[in-house]
Design a binder for this molecule. Structure first.
Ligand code: ARG
Ligand code: ASP
Length: 722
């Protein structure tokens, strides 16, 4: 009896210990359910995903391909992050109506703003189609043939599998090619902007606080989905009506406390949780440091100019933010991987793996996997590094080189597709690059060029260095290119592209910037990319077999598929953490913290007078708690890029928060998740309601919501009983 109790206790601890993982909602099983219930969930898995009845999944569409959103009213009101709706908020902003700075609120539906190129996609159902996708591949021996056949099957199945005519079939691979799932989806394209707080709330802390806990950002914006009279997707029309959802999330005023259950539902983009140790070593020791150093130099140059010159600050703000985002993430990721000994842990797991392979008598199938990984990662190393240098320096961080790279492609288009395609592409480029030049400063870019080309010469693998960069004096080269190249201004760019293809080609081939990019790109296209692709194809196949082996040999282990931009459930609890020795972070922040960070007039930490006033008066309405206004909280939910805008859901299916970021010390979770240190960051739902109601006065929106307060209801019932 006692033994049984101990066993049971052990089982519970085991089940409780399991956190991390991004699960496919249609495949949540009894173990998931008991894990969630042990964490405090009161729902059943059917409440999360059900094909025949409405369920949580019907309230959680993907937002414009890269973020997540959730429906929060019976009239299609949609919540996502401020940084997810940023482009739309920006596109409606002018000097007179600066919605980025001042916020935007539609007090009537007529005032809601339509958006070009914005869509949300709901999942109707999910089905396993592995056997159908793999049909006819068994007999094929080469990897390339297999992949071709799979692609062909996917295309034909997407066309032939049943769906309604307004729906789409999408097939995605899971477990690195070991499983294929069909998603039947519905995409709505009339999505209008309804509300956004000022950036001083929605982007409070900006880049300095990005990826950082403690955090104080009200990172939310509000949209509305419109449909035709039959509630079906339709392009924008003023006759469209608010969409009636199959399900929408009630918003809870209960708030959170440490150890409360949280479920995050959304569309994580991509993770790499099952890499062999050798791959993680390569990321930590070679690839991340190279990319970090490149961006570090580029950012320092821009920062110095931005501090001196307000016009440059505006021109570079958004570019700076996006380059800084992953720069900062990689630094956190590398540190986390080192600190958690991820490589050593992976190596010891690999030892166990080999033992299991031997024990199962599977040496023939899986015995050489780890050696093959080793061999291929050694082989790919210089190509992977050279590829990163090329992509980061030419395609990403030096704008002149990026422009010229586009022009080089024009040259190739003429060679392979002729004059007509050349002209089409040329006109596209001329109109497409005008916005780039609007935010281009020749001095900034010149200095970035000097720094980054120096890195190219001194740090990228020598064997791929173009002749013209051998023994060159970079400063002189930079001066020469940035004074003489036509591509340094939009006028010059248009001028050099004037005339027929032959004239253009002749002229561009006299431009030094063009000649340099041509040399770099030719080397990339002939010596780097093909070999990289070739080895990478082998690594992909190994990764698939390695995954298959792990699934087969670890039947007792819970293995979730890597993120692939499909709908996933992750669950955990509200929890603080210990970022370093003698430092403990608690899991909830308050408006007090906003005021502690307040720097009047600062572009990152300014606070608006209205918010200060509400704070001074403690005018929090029904949204505060014990005289304080909660702002953000963290949890152990396993999230990644793409989970931005995901709902944080309580034990009963109510909205308690809005996911938007992760804490820096745990950004390694894309490669190695540890519940000790990996935390997702959410906006407290009450802060969102407070901003909508008290700050913006948009009562019209509050009235649409279903606001619940289960804890209060319970206690008042109890009082009545007494
Ligand atoms: N780090 C978050 C994510 O990866 C937020 C990025 C937007 N904010 C910013 N300051 N750049 O998307
Ligand atoms: N900020 C990310 C996003 O935009 C979320 C994350 O990486 O944790 O999706």
């Amino acid at each position: 009896m006692k033994f049984l109790k101990v066993l049971l206790l052990f089982f519970i601890i085991q089940v409780q210990a399991q956190q991390g993982g991004m699960w496919i909602p249609s495949l949540l099983d009894g173990i998931n359910e008991s894990e969630m219930k042990n964490l405090g969930m009161k729902m059943s898995v059917k409440d999360i995903y059900d094909v025949n009845n409405s369920s949580l999944k019907d309230a959680v569409p993907q937002f414009n391909g890269g973020c997540t959103s959730e429906v929060i009213s019976p009239k299609g009101l949609l919540l996502t992050n401020h940084h997810c709706g940023y482009a739309q908020i920006q596109s409606h902003s002018t000097v007179d109506h600066d919605y980025l700075t001042d916020g935007f609120w539609a007090f009537k539906m007529e005032d809601e703003l339509p958006n070009k190129d914005l869509s949300v996609t709901f999942i109707v159902k999910i089905e396993d189609v592995t056997q159908l996708v793999l049909q006819g591949t068994e007999t094929l021996s080469s990897e390339a043939e297999k992949q071709q056949k799979i692609q062909k099957n996917i295309t034909s199945l997407s066309n032939s599998l049943p769906k309604e005519n307004w729906q789409e079939n999408k097939i995605r691979t899971f477990y690195e090619g070991n499983q294929y799932m069909l998603f039947v989806t519905e995409t709505y394209t009339d999505v209008r902007l309804v509300g956004a707080p000022p950036s001083s709330i929605g982007k409070f802390g900006s880049d300095t606080d990005n990826w950082v806990w403690p955090r104080h950002t009200g990172d939310f914006s509000i949209f509305r989905i419109y449909a035709d009279k039959n509630n079906k997707p339709a392009p924008y029309s003023k006759d469209n009506v608010p969409y009636t959802p199959k399900h929408f999330l009630p918003v809870s005023l209960d708030g959170v406390a440490e150890d409360d259950f949280t479920l995050v539902f959304g569309y994580p983009g991509s993770t790499n949780e099952y890499l062999p140790a050798v791959a993680v070593e390569q990321i930590v020791n070679e690839l991340n440091p190279a990319k970090i150093e490149i961006r570090d130099k580029a950012l320092k140059v821009a920062d110095a100019y931005m501090r001196q010159d307000n016009a440059i600050k505006i021109q570079y703000a958004s570019k700076y933010a996006s380059i800084a985002n992953y720069w900062k993430k990689w630094i956190g990721e590398s540190q986390g991987l080192k600190k958690s000994n991820a490589v050593a842990i992976k190596k010891s797991e690999e030892k166990q793996f080999i033992e299991k392979v031997t024990k199962a008598g599977k040496e023939k199938e899986y015995g050489s996997l780890l050696n093959d990984f080793e061999k291929n990662y050694i082989e790919i190393a210089p190509y992977a590094l050279a590829r990163d240098y090329f992509q980061e320096i030419v395609l990403r961080n030096t704008e002149l080189l990026k422009v010229v790279y586009n022009v080089y492609q024009l040259d190739q288009i003429y060679k392979f597709r002729g004059e007509q395609s050349f002209n089409d592409r040329k006109n596209n480029l001329i109109s497409g690059l005008s916005s780039l030049y609007k935010n281009y400063n020749n001095n900034v870019d010149r200095d970035v060029f000097e720094q980054l080309i120096t890195l190219y010469i001194t740090k990228s693998p020598r064997q791929f260095l173009p002749k013209s960069l051998n023994n060159v004096e970079v400063k002189k080269l930079a001066d020469e290119i940035y004074t003489n190249s036509k591509f340094t201004s939009y006028e010059g760019f248009k001028e050099i592209l004037e005339g027929d293809a032959r004239t253009v080609l002749k002229n561009i081939n006299n431009d030094k910037a063009f000649l340099l990019v041509k040399e770099l790109t030719d080397i990339y296209n002939t010596q780097i990319a093909p070999k990289y692709e070739e080895i990478n194809l082998k690594i992909t196949a190994l990764q698939r077999d390695y995954m298959k082996a792990q699934l087969e040999l670890n039947k007792d282990k819970r293995i979730f598929p890597n993120a692939n931009s499909t709908l996933r459930v992750t669950y955990g609890k509200v929890k603080g953490y210990e970022p370093k020795d003698a430092t403990i972070y608690t899991p909830i922040t308050y408006l007090e913290g906003v005021m502690e960070k307040y720097i009047p007039g600062d572009y990152e930490f300014d606070v608006s007078p209205k918010l200060i006033d509400l704070f001074n008066k403690k005018d929090y309405g029904i949204y505060g708690e014990n005289g304080k206004m909660p702002v953000n909280f963290i949890g152990t939910n396993h999230t990644t890029g793409g989970n931005s805008g995901s709902p944080a859901i309580d034990a009963n299916g109510n909205l308690i928060g809005l996911n938007f970021d992760r804490a820096w010390e745990g950004t390694m979770s894309d490669i190695y998740y540890s519940p000790n240190i990996c935390r997702n960051i959410m906006v407290d739902a009450r802060y969102i309601l407070f901003v909508i109601d008290k700050y913006a006065g948009a009562k019209n929106l509050i009235e649409e919501l279903k606001i619940v307060h289960p804890k209060k209801d319970k206690s008042s019932k109890n009082k009545k009983k007494k």
